[in-house]
Design a protein around this ligand. Structure first.
Ligand code: FES
Ligand code: FES
Length: 210
């Protein structure tokens, strides 16, 4: 059981456990199975429940944050089948048979995902409220670039950037769906640069001044 799950109230936990063996639901609820961070979870929810609310309120996975709750801030970003999705804008019931990865599922045991490490080492956050969404978005960004996806600022659509050639403006554009009220943007860009093997501008400048 993960740490966040331990924090589930007794009531929520007994409800989730009960559903593993019982088909009964409250009026209006339906039973669904979600595969989250490699584990299958059974939950009874109303069909109108968003994935974000199912994660936070039903499963106790509170790493994904609710900022705007209508697709404008990116705090709720999770990965579904490897693609970044605002979990406040999709219904949980639509995600059966998909692989859902939240911030809680990125590390391997005590080993942080390289993007998580880079955020720590580059001050990619202040209050941390947007950070789980930022990190999930950055993880997806890596795969998007590897798969040859272009962005709004890609100058040659027939020649998409690679991880090693990804410019700062490309990183900013590709991370623009995630807002940071603290303005930790320089650290966020630097974290992405470190993850892809580039030297963040600030570190480069520091080295030149020595
Ligand atoms: S909470 Fe989902 S985009 Fe803001
Ligand atoms: S670190 Fe505070 S909102 Fe981004």
């Amino acid at each position: 059981m993960t740490e966040p799950e331990k924090k589930l109230s007794e009531h929520q936990r007994s409800k989730v456990n009960l559903l593993e063996t019982s088909p009964f639901t409250a009026e209006g609820e339906t039973i669904i199975k979600l595969k989250i961070n490699g584990q299958e979870k059974t939950l009874a929810i109303e069909p109108r429940v968003t994935l974000l609310d199912a994660l936070r309120e039903t499963l106790g996975l509170t790493g994904s944050k609710k900022g705007c709750d209508h697709g404008q801030c990116g705090a709720c970003t999770v990965l579904i089948d490897g693609q970044r999705v605002y979990s406040c804008l999709t219904l949980a019931i639509m995600q059966e048979d998909k692989e859902i990865t939240t911030i809680e599922g990125l590390a391997t045991g005590d080993n942080l995902h390289p993007v998580q490490t880079a955020f720590l080492e580059n001050d990619g956050f202040q209050c941390g409220y947007c950070t789980s969404g930022q990190i999930c978005a950055a993880v997806a960004l890596l795969d998007e670039v590897k798969n040859g996806c272009v962005s709004y600022v890609t100058s040659d659509l027939n020649n998409p950037p690679t991880l090693s050639s990804l410019s700062e403006s490309e990183i900013k554009e590709r991370m623009s769906g995630n807002l940071c009220r603290c303005g930790a943007y320089n650290g966020i860009v630097a974290a992405v640069q470190q993850t892809i093997g580039q030297t963040p501008a600030e570190i480069e400048g520091r080295a030149e001044n020595q």
